[in-house]
Design a protein around this ligand. Sequence first.
Ligand code: FAD
Ligand code: NAD
Length: 464
Amino acid sequence: PGEQLPHDPKLPTVVVLGNGWASTAFLKELDNSGYNVVVISPRNYFLFTPLLPSVTVGTLSARSILEPTRFLTRHLKRKTEVYEGEVYEVDPEKKTVRFVDNSEIKGEVDGTEISYDYLVYAVGAENQTFGIKGVKENACFLKEVWDAEKIRTRIVDCIEAANFSGQTQEEIDRLLSFVVVGGGPTGVEYAGELHDFLMEDLGNWYPDLADRIKITLIEALPNVLPMFSKQLIDYTMSTFQENKINVQTKTMVKEVQEKKLIAQNEKKELVEYPYGLLVWATGNTARQVTKDLMNRLSSTQNSRRGLLVDEHLRLLGSDGIFALGDCTATNYAPTAQVASQQGRYLARVFSKLHKKELLLNELEQAKQVGAEPAKLDSLANAVIRASNIAPFHYSHQGSLAYIGSDKAIADLPVFQGNLAAAGLATYYFWRSAYISQLFSLRNRLLVGTDWLKTKVLGRDVSRA
Ligand code: FAD
Ligand code: NAD
């Protein structure tokens, strides 16, 4: 990295919480010559979530879709502080945040408080369980990189347990039942990847067991992927049928036990699904730190979905806090596309705020030295222009999802309408779209190499 400007105590401090899609897009676009920037997040890297389902079966290795935040902030004009820590309290009155080191290794100091002038609040969301009994204890989630690695290990562990000498027939069938709850894009993409692993790899290495592996996707609504157009939903359903993925719609999971779950079907009957591995993907809910912040601002923050912001992403009821991404409750879906556009927008807002600050100083100095009225007028007009910040506007670039067996689906906005595409060509489009969106050349090379390795050598079935 080139020479960066040092910390300047005279400048305002921007504390950025999180280094996911929203914060990373903000940091990548930010001109921080007018700010001291501090990033705090429990992980020290950005995770490219759209390719996370591929990590669950080893199509991609986890490290190929991570990028250290220090690497991503090396281009900023002024040196950025990056702390690995979990924020547990935001005080909007005192303008402070408290955070702790929650990792395995801690030093003598493992908790502290920091003050901000501006807070960029983008801590994302956590997995929704609707308080259903047994989910947290027994299911795997698919949000973080360790979730995907845990799923990968467990798939192979289930198969090895089923293969154990003298295993009972009933237990083999349970261990080889892979159940996914939630027919949103996360659940569908994971089911598609699991099918590929079964067809392309497990059949070769476990020929006696592969035929008995059963993939079941349970969805409460009448359809999977409600955000996609009808023809793409039908295409996904028929592809899943061909691929023998058992889709149970209008089925609501009520309870999860260690080896089986209980769901209510369309006829209101309770049905049991024994499982070896259960992946739970029923969307998002607010994190505890976000709920606490809402409670502190309860007169304005009254949405259960997340934080309420104005059209410039300012947190309602607060001063100096901007909130963006999955932690907010807006009219937009909680997607990377929205979060990254909000991050880029906010970086532009900060540039304007800095410009306004500089112009105000210049105006003040001009007044002090008795500058000509024309000069004062022009500076005052420039301040007004810099104060005029357009509201956030979301531009939808389309929705894409991989559904397995080299097929993807895409809803793409064209002119005033929508183009729905599906199949092999869409799969190549999906791949090229994601590879171009990866944040670094390093990630692109690693992902490209992983795809090639999977094609040529197959996926690894070691339980490492
Ligand atoms: P995140 O990206 O979740 O980032 C939150 C950040 O906050 C993280 O860095 C986290 O470590 C940090 N954090 C958490 N708690 C704290 C705390 N207490 N203090 C400080 N920091 C904290 N969207 C799409 O548009 N297209 C896709 O193809 C797509 N695929 C997806 C696939 C999967 C498997 C998943 C799970 C999601 C997918 N999404 C996709 C949705 C997308 O990932 C989210 O909408 C996006 O990550 C939201 O960005 P964010 O910055 O708000 O939150
Ligand atoms: P989601 O909210 O999109 O879908 C969750 C599904 O779970 C819903 O269809 C819901 O009806 C179902 N469900 C809830 N409770 C249930 C129960 N008890 N029993 C059975 N089914 C139940 O969640 P997601 O798939 O995790 O996605 C979260 C966000 O991330 C969404 O905004 C999504 O668009 C985005 N995302 C996008 C992509 C992509 O574009 N390819 C991929 C993954 C995630």
